[in-house]
Write a protein that binds this ligand. Structure first.
Ligand SMILES: [Zn+2]
Length: 313
């Protein structure tokens, strides 16, 4: 291939690389470039430069006809590289008689402007992208902090609910404990009472005496008293007695001569059993008679006619 062909092709390479040639010319350049290492190197170096352009392509891509005109003009000028400078002012010529010496700097300047503008665009876009990325990161951080706060708030609510539940449980436990203690005290007290009762009854100096029943006593009713000579204590064990009807009470009386003293009331359990322990005002030897009557609750001045048990001492 001849040198002139190469020169011709090299003139077309910028337009070729920018895609501004018509199909025939583009095919010619492509065929030549495929076969010619020198022109291929030229085309590739242009392509490297033009490769930077896509960043500005959106803003700077000229319409195809402008491109065509521009490169046609460049090509026309290149065809007359030896045109004399004196012909330049002639406006009648179709092709501007611009020297080839002008063309290459013009093209270079244009490319430099394109590249410069592209670089500026690239830089601005890079900065915008960076800011957008920072904004997105900040937004994400904010969102994650909001999520954490919501989670903490939820945790705090759960802890508070647990605390309230725990306090309630504690109060219930405390109430149960108080009830248990009371029950225990009652059991100890009754246990102590029973023990006292048993040891009194079992004592060798204790004398036991049955009480007689009247016709008012239930058929199976029986009562027995325990006392010690010279001592005030009196223990009564009663069986087979019904609970007193409402408003009435079984009352124990001790009589001395014609004077009867109300000693206390006897409570009958649901099993018909009553245990009664009392310390009389005087030693039991001082009394002549013991009596249990069914009285009105509020009449403790004298025994009623309803005598259930009685015994002379
Ligand atoms: Zn060539």
């Amino acid at each position: 291939m001849t040198l002139s062909t190469c020169d011709e092709i090299i003139e077309l390479i910028p337009a070729f690389v920018l895609g501004a040639l018509d199909a025939d010319e583009a095919a010619r350049v492509a065929t030549h470039v495929a076969a010619c290492p020198r022109c291929r190197a030229e085309a590739e170096s242009f392509r490297d430069v033009v490769g930077l352009l896509p960043y500005a392509a959106g803003a700077l891509e000229p319409p195809p006809h402008v491109k065509r005109q521009l490169f046609a003009r460049i090509a026309a000028v290149s065809e007359n590289p030896v045109a004399p400078a004196a012909q330049r002012p002639q406006r009648s010529t179709v092709r501007p008689p611009v020297s080839g010496g002008w063309v290459v700097p013009a093209l270079t300047l244009m490319l430099a402007l394109i590249i410069g503008f592209g670089a500026a665009m690239l830089e601005a876009r890079g900065r915008a992208d960076q800011l957008a990325a920072e904004l997105a990161a900040n937004r994400q951080t904010l969102r994650s902090m909001e999520a954490q706060i919501a989670e903490l708030r939820q945790t705090a609510q759960a802890v508070e609910a647990q605390l309230i539940a725990a306090q309630r449980e504690l109060e219930e436990t405390r109430t149960q404990l108080v009830a248990s203690q009371r029950e225990l005290q009652e059991m100890q007290a009754s246990g102590g009472k029973d023990e006292q009762l048993v040891s009194f009854i079992a004592a060798p100096q204790t004398v036991s005496r049955p009480l007689g029943t009247t016709e008012r006593a239930p058929e199976q009713a029986s009562a027995r008293m325990f006392m010690q000579p010279g001592h005030n204590r009196l223990v009564l064990l009663i069986y087979g007695l019904k609970s007193a009807e409402p408003g009435k009470v079984y009352r124990l009386w001790l009589a001395k001569g014609d004077q009867a003293i109300a000693i206390g009331t006897v409570t009958v359990g649901p099993d018909g059993v009553a245990e009664f322990v009392v310390d009389a005002p005087e030693p039991m030897d001082a009394y002549d008679q013991v009596m249990i009557t069914l009285d009105e609750v509020d009449t403790a001045a004298r025994p009623s006619e309803e005598v259930i048990f009685e015994a002379n001492l």
